[in-house]
Design a protein around this ligand. Structure first.
Ligand code: PMP
Length: 388
């Protein structure tokens, strides 16, 4: 058959995470530290609010930008948590997950050939979404020695006359690294000097364990040039609800709303009613989940370091990113052998970019019992490797 596919899509590679899940899906007794989602079920109050909206028959489209009540709750939340003021009427759009927020942000700002700086290791969607929007992703590699944090020097060196924007993700997927205020300040000096736009993916903002989360948008002169992207999937354990949001300057939001209204119309109404409840009354749930993740993070970091898998302490999110270099295996080999021999699924670091090679991503959003069993199996695997 003739190929009807666009050349852009033809060149796009499927997500590197998928191959492992296909392999793991055909096996019994696998402990998965692979998926990037909370092991908690969404709180009952949130589910009930959504059910109630259905019982009341609230089944129509909402405003394109989302229910005004929800945007007002987001407005209050951004103010309360991050000291950021956005007008609910023209500075916030409710989206279908942070994923769609990223998509409309890129499509609203990128012209053919514009360069967007992506800090690797990074979430797998950024570069493909930039490509789909007609832009050119420019990867900058961070290292474990720097805590997987971009330095001002690296940023400066990556900027060309075609650079339009930089995407920052803190706390980070897959490394868990959290950019402290002073580190963000060092970057903003370069961003302002070169007049760049920032897309700040803050989906893990609720899940920080040491230090405190600072939104780059809250730093001097940064708010108008920053698009804040966030959502309910991680902090509120609502991945399947597909709900996120963007906040930004009215001109940017107006442009994103055009893309959103044609491509999506609006986010699902029943999910939006649930999210109102999450923001109004869900903060204690977030606090409890954060406490539980923190305990599990400490356990994983300590256990992996004890077995010689060098692992920095991630400041946020729910991933540890140990180095597997001492095994002499590539990330793919390590992940494949660990799955086949010990039935533990992790994600090879190379799928997150060049600097992810030599590492694997383990999610600790699993029960403590599963983590303990996974640790036992990984230790066993390391023992076998050393005596092979
Ligand atoms: N950004 C990052 C860094 C993520 O890890 C994820 C989910 N894995 C997303 C965005 C997408 O989240 P959502 O479910 O809100 O689309």
């Amino acid at each position: 058959m003739k190929s009807y596919l666009s050349s852009t899509v033809r060149q796009l590679k499927p997500s590197g995470i998928r191959r492992f899940f296909d392999l793991a899906a055909g096996m019994e007794g696998v402990i998965s530290l692979g998926v990037g989602e909370p092991d908690f079920v969404t709180s009952w109050a949130v589910r009930e609010a959504s059910i109630l909206s259905l019982e009341k028959g609230y089944t129509s489209y909402t405003a394109n930008a989302g229910l005004l009540t929800l945007r007002e709750e987001i407005q209050k939340y951004m103010k309360r948590k991050f000291q950021l003021s956005y007008d609910a009427h023209n500075q916030i759009i409710v989206t279908v997950g942070a994923s769609q927020a990223l998509d409309i942000a890129f499509r609203a700002v990128i012209d053919e050939g514009d360069e967007v700086i992506i800090v690797e290791p990074s979430f797998v969607s950024y570069a493909p979404l930039v490509t789909l929007a007609g832009g050119t992703p420019i990867a900058v590699q961070t290292t474990q020695e720097n805590g997987f944090k971009l330095t001002a020097e690296q940023l400066e060196a990556a900027i060309t006359p075609r650079t339009k924007a930089i995407l920052l993700c803190s706390p980070n997927n897959p490394t868990g690294s959290l950019l402290e205020k002073e580190e963000l300040e060092a970057l903003t000096a370069i961003i302002l000097k070169h007049d760049l736009l920032v897309l700040s993916d803050e989906i893990y903002a609720e899940l920080t364990y040491d230090g405190s989360f600072t939104s780059i948008a809250s730093l001097p002169d940064m708010k108008d040039r920053t698009i804040v992207i966030s959502g309910f999937s991680k902090g509120f354990a609502m991945t399947g609800w597909r709900l996120g949001y963007v906040c930004g300057h009215p001109d940017l939001i107006e442009a994103m709303l055009k893309v959103h209204q044609y491509a999506m119309m609006c986010a699902p109404a029943m999910a939006q009613y649930g999210a109102v409840e999450a923001l109004q009354n869900g903060e204690q749930d977030v606090v409890d989940m954060r406490k539980s993740y923190r305990r599990r993070r400490n356990y994983m970091v300590q256990s992996l370091n004890e077995m010689g898998l060098d692992c920095h302490v991630p400041g946020g999110a729910f991933y540890v990113f140990p180095s597997i270099r001492k095994t002499g295996m590539s990330s793919e080999e390590f992940a494949e052998q660990l799955l086949l021999k010990e039935r533990v699924a992790v994600v090879p670091g190379n799928v997150f970019g060049e600097s992810g090679e030599g590492y694997v991503r383990c999610s600790y959003a699993s029960s403590m019992e599963s983590l303990q069993e996974a640790v036992r199996r990984i230790a066993n695997f390391m023992h076998q490797m050393q005596h092979a």
